[in-house]
Design a binder for this molecule. Structure first.
Ligand code: HEC
Length: 236
């Protein structure tokens, strides 16, 4: 009796082991599945650009909701007006810290952007004598001695984003915000390294007593006027 049961159990064990040995898992093939109806087994995925009768406009891909921001994207709530440029100067600050390392790295990157996008008009040194300006385009004011020296970073950023007076182009599409802040850092470097005496050569009538800082200001202001004139009055 007992040995008969043992024999039975032994046989059962051998059979089970034999079956296990025969069954091999093939991960490349799906498991057995029993499908009763088709519910949720296969989802009818639409291609992004495929026609789609489920939406009123017949498209699969839909416009983002108005006001949607991409992750990490910042709102720029400033219009292309001088008032908003000033407002941007008060509200926006560079995302980079004041540390020399970070500013230097930003200015280094900004130098490349400036070289590619700005020198054609503003000139390699930022004085406004780029090849485009030399061939009749209204020459931009110097970035070294002009108003931009007094502008806050945020205002420079605004000008880069929205342009200025319909002459200075806007770069909101060409340059992402980080690149625009890089250029701002580079403009600051240009201004810092600009010799204060440089513009005096343009105005020989300057009183010799005012050597450095006071001399730079009137000259900057004087230098702006003739440059702004061709923009406003079509004399030639
Ligand atoms: C197509 C020529 C052109 C290009 C390219 C250009 N600018 Fe200008 N920019 C101008 C002109 C012209 C003005 C003067 C606009 C005005 O009269 O208000 C100006 C004005 C500015 C001002 C304000 C200066 C001030 O004193 O009012 C800044 C700052 C400036 N540009 C920076 C840049 C930077 C940085 C780039 C490159 C990313 C650039 N610009 C590219 C033509 C250009």
């Amino acid at each position: 009796m007992i040995s008969g049961l043992n024999r039975l159990l032994l046989t059962a064990l051998i059979v089970v082991l034999a079956i296990l040995a025969l069954v091999r898992v093939d991960h490349s093939r799906p498991n057995f599945q029993i499908i009763l109806g088709n519910d949720m087994t296969y989802s009818p995925a639409y291609g992004a650009y495929a026609a789609n009768a489920n939406f009123a406009n017949g498209r699969t891909i839909q416009e983002p909701v108005v006001g949607t921001l991409a992750r990490g994207e910042q709102r720029f709530n400033f219009q292309a007006t001088p008032e908003d440029a000033v407002r941007a100067g008060e509200r926006l600050t560079s995302p980079y810290s004041k540390s020399a390392e970070e500013q230097n790295a930003a200015a280094d990157r900004g130098a490349i952007v400036f070289q590619k996008f700005c020198t054609s008009c503003h000139g390699g040194d930022g004085t406004g004598n780029g090849p485009v300006a030399q061939r009749g385009f209204p020459p931009p004011p110097s970035l070294l001695t002009g108003k931009s020296r007094e502008m806050k970073d945020g205002q420079l950023f605004h000008i880069l984003t929205r342009g200025q007076n319909n002459i200075m182009p806007m770069f909101d599409v060409q340059l992402p915000p980080s690149r625009r802040w890089d250029v701002v850092a580079y403009i600051r470097r240009l201004q810092q390294s600009a010799p204060p005496a440089a513009p005096t050569t343009a105005a020989p009538a300057a009183p010799p007593a005012t050597a450095s800082a006071p001399a730079a200001e009137p000259k900057g202001a004087a230098g702006e006027k003739p440059k702004n004139e061709p923009a406003g009055e079509p004399k030639k």
